[in-house]
Design a protein around this ligand. Structure first.
Ligand code: AP5
Length: 216
């Protein structure tokens, strides 16, 4: 069982890489961002509570996130590995994760810190488009759909995330620096961090990640 945390600024490519790695190796991919967006779409109590935080680029309160992730982890069943993408983001969440894994008789193996210069992150965020139907990700410059605003995979309509405007993207990057970056020293002190250069094409980063994890 390989348990991986992916940490890095918004737009660094965590979601793109985590999904590819999970598909290739049968790992469970857990992303609080995806789960929260689904809850907002479904109009659940969690979604209603989380929406304002997400739209303004602030972090959703720790208790809600910890409950969401611990519930999913307990229901995970037998998988060869787990990739946590965007969790933990605060020290409190990191301590809660330690506890969750302890209860399951597991441990965290590696924390991948994805690095990307701020201006590249802003470019990736503001150009992102997402399929409203199947959730596939596109980018206006780096991965444009064949027909404007239409998903290549399912024909669904593409939209821009409400938190991907330039103003909110920059606010999210600031929140990352203030609230999440301190986690890196928490994990470095445990000897768990590995640096991943997030620059270059999706395929180049994917190969770098697999080498770093000893998977190729
Ligand atoms: P979340 O959805 O997790 O957003 P994020 O961390 O800001 O990450 P992103 O999805 O924006 O970026 P990413 O690094 O995954 O990049 P991606 O691969 O998509 O969280 C959203 C909100 O939910 C938070 O602001 C907060 O409110 C709440 N939340 C979530 N987790 C929480 C937690 N633990 N605690 C409290 N609140 C929480 O790529 C971005 C774009 O770039 C895409 O268009 C993609 O196609 C493109 N791209 C990717 N890689 C490349 C590449 N190599 N070259 C060119 N383009 C690329």
């Amino acid at each position: 069982m390989l348990n991986i945390v992916m940490v890095g600024p918004p737009g660094a490519g965590k979601g793109t890489q985590a999904k590819m790695l999970a598909d290739r190796h049968g790992y469970l991919h857990l992303s609080p961002g995806d789960l929260l967006r689904q809850a907002v779409k479904d109009g659940t109590a969690l979604g209603l509570e989380a929406k304002d935080y997400m739209d303004s680029g602030r972090l959703v309160p720790d208790d809600l996130i910890i409950e969401l992730i611990s519930d999913r982890m307990r229901k995970a069943g037998a998988v060869p590995g787990m990739i946590l993408d965007g969790f933990p983001r605060t020290l409190r969440q990191a301590e809660a994760l330690d506890e969750m894994l302890r209860e399951l008789g597991q441990r965290l193996d590696v924390v991948v810190e994805v690095d990307l210069p701020e201006e590249e992150a802003v470019l990736r965020l503001t150009g992102r488009r997402v399929c409203r139907q199947c959730g596939a990700n596109y980018h206006l410059l780096f991965k444009p759909p064949q027909r404007p605003d239409v998903c290549d995979a399912c024909g669904g309509p593409l939209y821009q995330r409400s938190d991907d405007s330039e103003e909110t993207a920059r606010a999210r990057l600031q929140v990352y620096g203030k609230e999440t970056e301190p986690l890196i020293s928490y994990y470095s002190a445990k000897g768990l961090t590995r640096d991943l250069d997030g620059r270059g094409s999706v395929q180049e980063v994917a190969e770098r990640l697999e080498r770093l994890l000893g998977l190729r």
